[in-house]
Each structure stands twice: as structure tokens, then as C-alpha cells.
Write a protein that binds this ligand. Structure first.
Ligand SMILES: Cc1ncc(COP(=O)(O)O)c(C=O)c1O
Length: 427
């Protein structure tokens, strides 16, 4: 692995070589630490972290499940991830936040040991190989059962769960395969050692339901992409024989991205290469993560990450300089004019107020001429395109919550280096 200049450790940027911990670090002994895997991609608009909000949220969910209180806010961890990419001058990289229990008391119960956080970034190419991405990989159904959901709980992305993954992965690799597919305690397909799994038969994508698998953000993205591409999807349990007779199969994950499976347990899957649906999903996925937000810009939403609300300062010429609360992207809004006295004088428009009422209408008023108007129904406006927000008034952090059926494959990217404010097209 190539070193990068800095590692974020407990709130500070420290030199790579100085980011060390004591051997009595509790997590080293008993395996309780929560982590995330995140990728930043080079896009025409600058380096962008793909679905960072959801990953920071899952990190905090994992800690909540484990009863670990993170000594930083979600916003601080979110910002620290972005800062790490910038500070280490990475254009494409993998980001690994880790929340772990520091040294202090020994023994399994050590509630007062410090909770520590590190974030490391590094260059990471195709996890299952470039060749695997193009031609597909060989998988083996593991002799190791996926952790029971009531053992270490699969919703938590915690290091302890990866002992199970490592055993399966080693067995697969040492038996001449590339990756393992683990079965759940009932013998149904669960997931790969570090990926979710999909099969395709007769044009329908099928993936195991969430209770027994990690709620993969790539899995969620694939489901959203499939909906947009009008590919039917089913979420249900299935056994290994359904994989053997699938037309196509693929793994998906932040590290593995969309990797076709060409063979399982020595049985060729479909044509033994990437199938057309997998190819379509893979292409669309890579377009998405490396996309320009062009064509998906909806006035009033951030053109970089699609979120709402943004906030803005009014400039002298009556335009609003908007900034996104979530990704920091900046752009210029349309020139505002009072619909009654037609003024675009910023002193008058400073008093142009917009307040939501219970029906979702905005009352807009100009205090210069005292005119007011019942504004647009924001819910109507969103119906035309993303973001499809039922509850537009909820705090901005929840707006990016991944809700099946709500999230559309707009580039939900947290840009590190948003371009200079650009003239916004008319609404
Ligand atoms: C066991 C397991 N399942 C699924 C995934 C895929 O999750 P995501 O798409 O959020 O990376 C991972 C990723 O690390 C994983 O470790």
C-alpha cells in the first residue's frame, strides 16, 4: 500500500508513520470496532465522494448497534472524510473511517475505555481485479455459515464480522476461487465476504433480503439503477441451486463495485462471462459515480449533490449565491424580482421572505411594496424529478436517507472541490 501524508486520528491530522496505537488497544483484543468503506471518484466537476452521507450514517448506526458512543458528530466525521481526500491530494481513492475502543481496562467489559476514531485514505484499484471487473470471477459457496443475525448482528459493519468473512475468503482463495458466497444459518444465499450478491434470471434481478446481510449502499444503488433502467427486481431468499441456474450473477460493493460472477462451484453461470444486464448495471454505475451533474439540475436543489435545502446570500444584482449545506457546492441562483413592483433591488429583496405553511405552499412577500403571493407548492415541483421528497421539511441530513423508491440515480455525490459558481439556467 502506498503511504499518504496524513491520517486523521482522534480529531487531528497526523503523519502516516505517527498514527500508532498501544498494543493494549481493546479492539485489537476482542474485535469490536466499526468501520466504513467509501470511494471517491474523479468526475468532470472535481473529485467526489460517492454517497458519503449514507456511509457516515451507517458508521454511526454500527456504533449505535454496538453501544459505542462516537465522540464526534456525524457532520465532523463527514467533513473529516472530505478533508482527508483533499489534504492528501487524492483524486480517486478509498476512504476508511474506523471507530475503535482504545486501551485502558482489559477484560471484555470495559465501558470506560476511550472510543477513538481514525480515517485513512489510500489508492485502491479494482478489489477483485481489473480482469474480474471485465470478464467475471469464480466464486465458491463457503463451508462457513454467515454470522447469525443474533450473534454479532449483520447490520453493523464491525470488524468482528470479518473474521467470518476472512475464513470464507481464505478458503475460497486457497481452493482456487476468487471469492466466497456465504449461506445464512438457514442455508439460503446471504452475501460475499465483502459484497452483496445479485442473480439474474429471465431478465429479473434477485437479491437476498436485508435481515441476513449487510445493507450495502451499492446494493441500494443497484436497486435504484435497476428501477430507473426498468429492470424488474425481487428481494427474496433463495438457495445455492438458484445461483447455479442463473443467467447472470454479480457481486456489488464499494470495493468490488459491480463484479460479474462467471462460475460458482465449478458450474458456469450463463455464458460464462459478463451478461448483458450486469453489463448495463456496471456501465450505469460507473457513469453515475463519475458523473457530471449536468442534466439533472433542478432549480432550487444543489446541482452537485441534488440535496435540498441550500442556503444563499442575496447579491446586489438580486441573484442569490447559493451554497449546499451538504456538499459545500456553490452556484448562482436566478435573479429575483418582486412579482408586483418588479424590483430586483437587493434591499427590497432582502425582505422577500418565504415561509412554508402546512400545505407545503410558500408565502412570498416583498416588504418594499408589501405585495405577497402564495408561492409554488414544493411537493408539486418535486414530482417532476429528483429529489423525490415526501417530507421536504425534514432536516437536511435526512433528505439523503436512502429510502427504496425515493432515491433516484442522480449523482448523489459530495464534491470536494465544487467548481466556481456558475450562472444558473432559468427555472
Ligand atoms: C459483508 C459485506 N456485504 C456487503 C457489502 C457491500 O456494502 P457497500 O455496498 O455498502 O460497500 C460489504 C462491503 O464492505 C460487506 O463487507
Amino acid at each position: 500500500m502506498d503511504k499518504t501524508p496524513y491520517i486523521w486520528l482522534d480529531g487531528s491530522f497526523v503523519d502516516w508513520d505517527k498514527a500508532n496505537v498501544h498494543v493494549l488497544t481493546h479492539s485489537l483484543h476482542y474485535g469490536m470496532a466499526a468501520f466504513e468503506g467509501i470511494r471517491a471518484y474523479r468526475t468532470p466537476g472535481g473529485t467526489a465522494v460517492f454517497r458519503l452521507h449514507e456511509r457516515v450514517r451507517r458508521l454511526f448506526d454500527s456504533c449505535q448497534i454496538m453501544g459505542m458512543k462516537v465522540p464526534y458528530s456525524r457532520e465532523q466525521v463527514f467533513e473529516a472524510c472530505r478533508e482527508m481526500v483533499k489534504k492528501n491530494s487524492m483524486d480517486e481513492c478509498y476512504i476508511r473511517p474506523l471507530v475503535f475502543i482504545g486501551d485502558g481496562a482489559m477484560g471484555v467489559y470495559a465501558p470506560n475505555n476511550p472510543i477513538r476514531v481514525s480515517i485513512v485514505v489510500w489508492k485502491w484499484g479494482a478489489y477483485l481485479g481489473e480482469e474480474g471487473l471485465k470478464r467475471g470471477i469464480r466464486a465458491k459457496v463457503s463451508s462457513f455459515t454467515r454470522n447469525h443475525p443474533n450473534a454479532t448482528m449483520n447490520k453493523a459493519k464491525v470488524t468482528a464480522n470479518y473474521v467470518n468473512s476472512m475464513l470464507a475468503k481464505r478458503e475460497a482463495r486457497e481452493s482456487g476461487f476468487d471469492e466466497a458466497i456465504l449461506l445464512d444459518p438457514a442455508g439460503m444465499i446471504a452475501e460475499g465476504s465483502g459484497e452483496n450478491v445479485f442473480v439474474v434470471r429471465d431478465g429479473t434481478l434477485t437479491t437476498p433480503p436485508l435481515p441476513n446481510v449487510l445493507g450495502g449502499i451499492t446494493r441500494d444503488t443497484v436497486l435504484a439503477l435497476a428501477a430507473d433502467l426498468k429492470i424488474p427486481t425481487v428481494t427474496r431468499n433463495f438457495a445455492r441451486d438458484e445461483v447455479y441456474i442463473a443467467d447472470e450473477a454479480f457481486f456489488c460493493g464499494t470495493a468490488a463495485e459491480i463484479t460479474p460472477i462467471r462460475d460458482v462451484d465449478g458450474r458456469q453461470i450463463g455464458e460464462g462471462r459478463m451478461g448483458p444486464i450486469t453489463q448495463k448495471i456496471q456501465e450505469t454505475y460507473f457513469e453515475l459515480v463519475r458523473a457530471l451533474p449536468e442534466g439533472v439540475w433542478t432549480p432550487g436543489t444543489c446541482p452537485w449533490c441534488g440535496s435540498f435545502p441550500a442556503y444563499g446570500d442575496l447579491m446586489e444584482d438580486g441573484r442569490r449565491r447559493l451554497s449546499c449545506l451538504l456538499c459545500g457546492g456553490a452556484w448562482l441562483g436566478p435573479r429575483l424580482r418582486c412579482p408586483f413592483c418588479d424590483t430586483s433591488d437587493s434591499r427590497a429583496l432582502t425582505h422577500l421572505v418565504a415561509e412554508g405553511n402546512e400545505e407545503g405552499y410558500f408565502i412570498e412577500a416583498c416588504r418594499a411594496c408589501r405585495g405577497y403571493i402564495k408561492g409554488v407548492d414544493r411537493r408539486q415541483r418535486w414530482n417532476a424529478g429528483p429529489p423525490l421528497l415526501e417530507d421536504w421539511a425534514s432536516p437536511h441530513l435526512d433528505l439523503h436517507a436512502s429510502r427504496e423508491g425515493y432515491w433516484r440515480p442522480t449523482p448523489c455525490l459530495a464534491h470536494l472541490l465544487p467548481p466556481d459558481a456558475a450562472e444558473a439556467p432559468p427555472p
